[in-house]
Design a protein around this ligand. Structure first.
Ligand code: ZN
Length: 256
């Protein structure tokens, strides 16, 4: 069991029929321009890489886990002026998630991790509704929010979109898909309605006007070494979530 594949796309029925998973991971990304230098699939690639590597580590510690193919589209309503970006509306995302949850619970899999890599995706209201309806425990993991101190320890300026952190991750995971020489500085134009720049007052950024080179955060100090260090540490943290969730006993909060 500890050496069977974790990706459902590689698993055959004989792998799981006598030892079924009790936990599924659904990586969720986005298809959008990532600065001038990272691929449109950046969030999809990151979500799947974190999910698969973390699940492999967790399986070695006894977790019964499968990783589904990533959902490739996310909420990109403010980026529709970027060529070839796809926007998935919240109602569509809810419908997809509901069908996944319905299918899993029909087979007795009552734990799900959404491994999200796109900051524009919001899952909390969807999870609240579906958890109540289906009696499943759903855990949202935004990889970029795990161990925030690590971001500032490793990166000079992590950034939140095609910045130093994401560029470093891609340089580590998929170096042949990065064009560092084309990277801009990821600068942001603040809102001209000045009171909207304070914490607690929020409105989405019109992306292209807010970020002229489509990136948020300066990627120029990105390196593959920083990406490797960050990836491996975050995977170990996600591994802990997977192991604890898979081994949880019914009645243990919040698995009630
Ligand atoms: Zn991204």
């Amino acid at each position: 069991m500890s050496d069977r594949p974790v990706r459902i796309t590689e698993i055959c029925y004989h792998h799981i029929k006598d030892d079924p998973p009790n936990l599924a991971i659904l990586p969720w990304g986005a298809t959008e321009a990532h600065g001038q230098h990272l691929p449109y699939g950046t969030d999809v690639l990151q979500a799947e890489a974190f999910a698969v590597h973390s699940a492999e580590l967790a399986q070695k510690e006894g977790a019964k886990v499968v990783v589904y193919p990533p959902i490739p589209f996310g909420n990109n309503a403010q980026q529709l002026d970027q060529i070839s970006t796809i926007h998935l509306s919240t109602t569509t995302a809810f419908a997809i998630l509901k069908d996944v949850v319905h299918s899993l619970t029909a087979q007795g899999i009552d734990r799900l991790i959404i491994l999200n890599a796109h900051g524009g995706n919001e899952f909390k209201p969807l999870i609240r509704d579906l958890q109540e309806e289906f009696g499943i425990l759903i855990v949202l993991v935004n990889f970029y929010q795990i161990e925030p101190g690590l971001l500032t320890e490793i990166f000079d300026e992590p950034g939140d979109h095609a910045g130093e952190m994401e560029t470093s991750l891609l340089l580590h995971l998929f170096p042949d898909r990065v064009y560092p020489e084309l990277a801009g500085d990821g600068a942001r134009n603040p809102f001209q309605i000045r009171a909207l720049n304070q914490p607690g007052a929020w409105s989405p950024r019109p992306w292209q006007q807010s970020h002229p080179d489509f990136g948020a955060g300066n990627p120029r100090k990105a390196t593959a070494e920083k990406g490797k260090k960050y990836f491996e540490k975050i995977c170990r943290r996600i591994k802990d979530v997977i192991v604890d969730l898979s081994k949880a006993q019914k009645g243990e909060l919040p698995y009630i």
